[in-house]
Design a protein around this ligand. Structure first.
Ligand code: ADP
Ligand code: MG
Length: 748
């Protein structure tokens, strides 16, 4: 249970004055739903209002706080002119102007012959001082209400910095004194304030902030450290629980693996063979496996996972493979089915809810043990899913899953071995935060026979040429991915942007090319691998926010390729719509798939040989590399066009050039780390799964390492966190919502 001292911090934000039903959604979007979320929402800038010059010596165009005597009011003579108020200090006068203001409101605010304090940008206009719409106007007695250094918070539309500040001041005034959980030597060495003071300091900057928001001052470092320590401690507890939970020896017989190897249409690469051997040895040993399989996109991780799953089945236990999205789960399912066909083995699929009869049969099979293998999304965690005896869990693209989800999965069985697969080649230091200490296998080599992808950089201004190029490509029977980044704050406008792009492409590609590709589409579909139900092109469109998306003649079942060659896929669609579009693309009925980054991981459509990425400068290198990995999956030559918005900065240019020059994911990852820092590389920004609120891995890497070592030491000295510091650390775990680890302390 959460310690009661933290209760006020976890009260809903609506408990604060000024947050009602209208404001609550804005705050929720900005930071979260609880008081603590608002407290973690730190200022990123400062307005310096400490500048209080005599008018005569003042600088122009600078924020100034002035004490003035009000001389006169001059209401506008015509409606479009400003209302003017003249104030003086003992050196000069200033004209304060308001447009569209109410006169009586201003006469109250600026009583003639009285002293007022105003704060705002002081300008020079026609040889006079002027200030338009001051930020603050107060009677001189209340001058202290103007902060000398006013914090500026990240905001969202409809919420002003002033409002936010007023709100956050309420919990700041009542912060509890929390017990010290940090090591006293460390606190002393770093000169850190206690938690409460640190938070107060962070919200009340005493001077300008640098571009990092002063992330390097002791108060901010302390808060960052607390968060990292909570994270590392939780990971360490979970890891210990996992390792000590008692593993099982799943040695297998090799029979199924041998059959599979014999039926493969290709030879395993050296990396695959080695990884399979490492995993096999881990599984055969009586301890629990916790292994990371790193391999670039297309390096062939799936088959390695399947070999492990077969070893589990040979050993009489069940195996599950978990993917981060439904699309991926279904692709894995289709692929594994293909591999398993010669072995005559069944595998289940579990995604989302629904799916009536099928789903029940799968659930029954898993519960009674007749079904040995299953693929799914996080739907696999749901309470109604029982395994007879789960022995191996394979987790694909793990950094999208959180720590507690990992826990839930291993709790579905006894001593479950865990294999995590990732296509992000993560340098060693970073695996600490994303995975904790895991054993690592790597697939450094790609299957033979792949052609390198030809990558080019193109100015967005050449959009027309690119569209013409796409037109030629699809006329030749190729398929195309067209990726638009998420840019705006608001999902709606992003959606509008990507929809508009799809419309444009539909208009431009929808005419003369159609008659030619209609026939080919039909052929390809028949020759296709039948993984997806073939879909009519017109069915493949989401219910369109804009009617122009549906171009061409009405759908005619006899002529499926006719109609719109462009499909659209984005994160706001439900899974059925998405599946329909993916199916259409896989079947070849859709020629151009316009997408937000939902296609980022794992999607496999070998016929696609052209990748167009708009605003490539907004993506991380690793992410672009992942996107690019969607093509180049067949023996055909593939191309990747990275479109950028000019002008490009030096660094952006260097990054994109890297991509053109190498297809080596590990090298790109290291370069990305060097250029952009770890946060981006792990994709935190995109996935949100493990994003830190206070720590910035680009600036606090040293703290991460200290926290890692500290967590280890803490657990070796006080394994159950019973001691005085241990109790304080429990509070820390709750404070940062890493309490999934707390119940495991009892067992520890
Ligand atoms: P990823 O590592 O991105 O998950 P996949 O497992 O999806 O890669 O493999 C990519 C493609 O390469 C698949 O079509 C797969 O069947 C094929 N493949 C895997 N291993 C080999 C190999 N040793 N030789 C040739 N093709 C292979
Ligand atoms: Mg994969």
């Amino acid at each position: 249970m959460r310690p009661s001292i933290l209760f006020p911090l976890f009260a809903p934000l609506t408990a604060l004055r000024g947050i009602g039903p209208r404001m609550a959604p804005l705050y929720k979007k900005l930071c979260g739903e609880h008081v603590v979320d608002l407290l973690w929402h730190l200022p990123t800038g400062v307005i310096d209002r400490s500048y209080s010059p005599k008018l005569k010596y003042a600088d122009r165009d600078r924020v100034a706080t002035l004490t003035l005597t009000i001389m006169e009011h001059a209401p506008p003579k015509k409606p479009k002119l400003p209302y003017r108020i003249v104030g003086v200090d003992d050196s000069d006068q200033v004209v304060i102007t308001y447009f569209n203001a109410k006169g009586d409101y201003l006469t109250k605010l600026y009583p003639v012959n009285k002293k007022v304090v105003v704060s705002g940008v002081l300008e020079r206009y026609h040889g006079n001082w002027s200030m338009s719409h001051p930020d603050y106007v107060l009677p001189v007695e209340r001058i202290n209400e103007i902060l000398r250094f006013e914090p500026v918070y990240p905001l969202t539309e409809g919420l002003s910095s002033k409002m936010l500040r007023k709100t956050v001041e309420q919990p700041l005034a009542k912060l509890p004194e929390l017990p010290e959980w940090d090591d006293p030597h460390l606190v002393k060495r770093e000169g850190w304030p206690a938690w409460k003071d640190a938070l107060l300091t962070a919200h009340n900057p005493s001077g300008a902030l640098d571009e990092t928001g002063n992330a390097r001052i002791p108060a901010r470092r302390r808060l960052a450290y607390d968060e990292l320590l909570a994270d590392q401690l939780a990971l360490a507890v979970i890891r210990r629980h996992h390792k000590e939970g008692g593993g099982r020896a799943l040695a297998g017989t090799g029979a199924l693996q041998k059959k599979l190897t014999a039926s493969l249409p290709f030879k395993l690469t050296a990396g695959q063979q080695q990884s399979i051997a490492e995993i096999s040895a881990d599984m055969a040993a009586p301890k629990r496996m916790l292994r990371l399989l790193q391999g670039d996109v297309g390096s062939g991780k799936t088959i390695v996972a399947l070999m492990a799953m077969l070893q589990a089945v040979e050993s009489g236990v069940q195996a599950a493979l978990m993917a981060p999205t439904e699309i991926l789960a279904k692709q894995h399912y289709a692929k594994l089915n293909e591999f398993l066909k010669p072995l005559g083995m069944d595998i289940g699929l579990l995604v989302g809810k629904g799916r009536g009869g099928d789903r029940q049969a799968t659930l029954d099979g898993l519960a009674d043990g007749s079904l040995k293998m299953v693929v799914g999304t996080h739907a696999l965690f749901q309470d109604d899913i029982k395994f007879k005896d789960l022995g191996l869990a394979v987790v694909d693209e793990q950094h999208r899953f959180g720590v507690s989800q990992r826990l839930q999965l291993s709790d579905k069985g006894r001593g479950v071995d865990i294999l995590v697969m990732t296509a992000t080649p993560i340098p060693r230091t970073l695996t600490l935060t994303a995975y904790g200490d895991m054993d690592v296998s790597r697939l450094p080599d790609k299957p033979a026979g792949r052609q390198p992808i030809d990558t080019r950089l193109i100015d967005m201004g050449r959009l027309d040429e690119v569209i013409e190029g796409v037109k030629r490509q699809i006329a030749k029977g190729a398929q195309v991915y067209w990726v638009c980044p998420l840019i705006e704050e608001s999902e709606t406008s992003d959606l509008a942007a990507v929809t508009e792009r799809a419309n444009l492409l539909a208009r431009r590609l929808g005419s003369s090319t159609l008659s030619r590709i209609a026939g080919e589409g039909a052929e390809q579909r028949e020759a296709g691998e039948g993984r997806f139900r073939a879909a009519k092109a017109n069915e493949c469109l989401p219910p369109s926010p804009s009617p122009t998306l549906r171009v061409g003649p009405p759908p005619s079942p006899a002529n499926a390729g006719e109609g719109n060659p462009v499909g659209l896929i984005h994160g706001r669609m439900n899974s059925e719509e998405r599946d329909r579009v993916m199916a259409g693309f896989a079947a070849g009925a859709i020629k151009v798939l316009v997408a937000t980054t939902v296609i980022e991981v794992g999607v496999d459509v070998p016929q696609a040989t052209l990748m167009v990425v708009e605003h490539a400068e907004r993506f991380g290198l690793a992410q672009l590399h992942q996107l690019r990995g969607r093509v180049g999956r067949s023996a055909e030559k593939s191309n990747c066009l990275l479109m950028y918005q000019a002008p490009l900065g030096e660094m952006a240019k260097a990054r994109l050039k890297m991509l053109r020059e190498t297809n080596d994911g590990f090298r790109l990852a290291e370069e990305d780390l060097r250029l952009r820092g770890p946060g981006e590389l792990l994709g935190f920004k995109q996935s949100g799964a493990q994003e830190f609120r206070l720590a910035d891995l680009n600036l606090h890497q040293d703290l991460l390492h200290i926290a890692h070592d500290d967590a280890k030491l803490i657990l070796s000295r006080d394994p159950k966190l019973d001691g005085e510091r241990g109790q304080a650390l429990r509070t820390l775990l709750y404070l940062f919502e890493r309490d999934a680890a707390v119940p495991l302390l009892r067992a520890g």
